[in-house]
Ligand binder design. Structure first.
Ligand SMILES: [Zn+2]
Length: 68
């Protein structure tokens, strides 16, 4: 019986898949780090496709600019 070796996506440390409680991460810390990086990465993406935004008002209803 050979243990499955996997690498922690965060710190690249090898760990045993069978015994790692936070797999595929080596520790809870690495798991949180990866989660945080993933979230901040998504958050940093500018102008991502976000259907249903509040910018769907027809052009006719927009107030005229500069002619008040
Ligand atoms: Zn790690």
């Amino acid at each position: 019986m050979s243990p499955t070796r996997v690498k922690c996506p965060t710190c690249k440390r090898e760990l045993d898949w069978q015994t790692a409680p936070f797999r595929p991460f080596c520790s809870e810390r690495c798991r949180l780090i990866d989660l945080g990086a993933w979230l901040s990465e998504r958050h940093a993406i500018p102008g991502e496709a976000a259907p249903g935004e509040e910018r769907s008002a027809p052009a006719e209803e927009r107030p005229q600019k500069g002619s008040t």
